[in-house]
Design a protein around this ligand. Structure first.
Ligand code: SAJ
Length: 407
């Protein structure tokens, strides 16, 4: 039986996928409300095809509980934020989960860490926790790192089709866990050592963060000298060995905006490009605020209550607001003691979470003269003609109406 610990954005789909493919699974989470919701037959976030997968897993006998199970395989999938000051990975949740597991774990079991961690974390911080309980690593307890690669919005498809990495310092243990993931994963599964697996996961997200930072920097250069960054990137990307990503209002989510900091935290005197890239991306919400200021000035618009932000999530067509650039802009305005009058709307966010939040697209548009497109949800793409009389600042290149401003 597999006990999946942590039923969040990654743990839940993974537990469901394992259960739906013939594995006996019990999902454990310390959040009682979350477990109750799942036991009532409801999923806890929106994701394509998640509800169908949930039903299949329930039919296959998955159980949800707050109790840790006595079993032979644990998969730990809890959040790993970063410490805002040191930038190092914050492994509080992993350590707590490992400690709780050790209270019930029988000798010989395998503990798989799915959460993203910086290279060396499992050796330096997880192993000592386990050894402190009197267990011998490699004999009593076997450790594996199995990072995921799924992207919010397309998680289920990617769980089935992406290639994966398994890190294990013992050959047979790596192969055993590879077999378990092979029950659903149709991609290639590479088995390597733990530290290499830790590093690859962080490097993948860092690669994207640096590439996005490059695009954001190009956007600033092009803005300064009146060039079209989108046309320039499009042309450059026709080169067979160039693939530049796109500028935007900032980088959100819980991966690309977080994981690269682990390298800066661990190797501060070496990770220079990464450090600058992260700072570049983190400065984008303020850059957009500055663009709004410039455009309002240019258009003679003074009333901030006539400005609307479209989108609160960190990217299109998801309901996930973690590290969202829009929230960072609102926070920045508040930090500058600006009485926030801006109207906010996002079709995916039904609860009121910020001031002046509206819940109807037409009412939102009727109340404003200027719209700032911060997320490219399909909803606004399908209603783009409704913006024809507005002043538009499009940070996502989704609007071709003449006169549209860009970052
Ligand atoms: N963004 C840009 N410009 C771009 C692409 C993205 O500004 O050209 C912004 C997005 O708007 C968003 C942020 O970056 O705010 C991140 O979005 P994303 O869709 O690129 O990635 P995530 O965070 O949703 O998922 C990533 C993926 N990692 C990589 O592509 C290397 C996913 O495969 C990982 O599984 C996931 O992080 C994770 O769990 O680490």
């Amino acid at each position: 039986m597999i006990n999946v610990i942590g039923l969040g954005y990654i743990g839940l789909p993974t537990a469901l996928m394992l259960a739906a493919h013939g594995n006996k699974v019990i999902g454990t989470d310390y959040n009682k409300d979350l477990v109750n919701t799942l036991n009532l037959g409801r999923t806890t976030f929106k994701e394509n095809e998640l509800d169908e997968l949930f039903q299949n897993a329930v039919d296959a006998g998955i159980k949800f509980t707050t109790e840790y199970q006595k079993t032979d395989i644990y998969i730990i999938s809890v959040p790993t934020p970063y410490d805002k000051f040191t930038k190092k990975v914050d492994i509080t949740y992993i350590v707590k989960a490992v400690r709780d597991v050790m209270k019930v774990a029988p000798k010989g079991c395998i503990v798989v860490i799915e959460s993203t961690v910086s290279p060396g974390t499992i050796n330096h911080y997880v192993k000592p926790e386990i050894e402190a309980d009197g267990f011998k690593i490699g004999e009593d307890i076997h450790l594996v790192h199995a990072p995921e690669r799924i992207i919010p919005g397309n998680m289920i498809y990617e769980l089935l089709h992406n290639n994966r990495t398994i890190g294990a310092d013992e050959y047979e243990i790596g192969e055993k866990i590879k077999n378990i993931y092979s029950s659903f994963c149709q991609g290639k599964i590479v088995v390597t050592d733990i530290k290499t697996a830790e590093m690859t996961k962080v490097v993948e997200n860092t690669y994207r963060a640096v590439n996005i930072a490059f695009a954001n920097e190009l956007a600033k250069i092009c803005r300064h000298d009146n060039m079209d960054v989108y046309e320039i990137i499009n042309i450059c990307n026709m080169h067979p060995r160039v693939n530049i990503l796109w500028p935007g209002p900032g980088v959100g989510g819980h991966c690309i905006s977080v994981d690269p900091w682990f390298l800066v935290g661990n190797y501060p005197s070496l990770a220079k490009v990464i450090d600058e890239s992260m700072k570049t991306n983190d400065a984008m919400p303020d850059f957009v605020l500055n663009r709004i200021y410039e455009i309002m000035h240019q258009e003679g618009l003074q009333d901030l209550s006539k400005v609307g932000f479209y989108g609160l999530t960190y990217k299109e067509n998801v309901d996930d607001m973690r590290e969202s650039p829009t929230l960072q802009m609102i926070e920045s305005m508040e930090r500058h003691l600006c009485n926030n009058l801006v109207k906010i709307y996002d079709p995916y966010i039904k609860n009121d979470i910020v001031k002046n939040q509206m819940h109807d697209l037409d009412a939102f548009l009727d109340s404003i003269d200027m719209i700032v497109l911060l997320v490219g949800h399909d909803e606004i793409k399908q209603n783009i003609e409704k913006l024809s009389k507005k002043i538009i600042l499009d940070t996502r290149k989704i609007c071709d109406i003449e006169g549209t401003y860009r970052i």
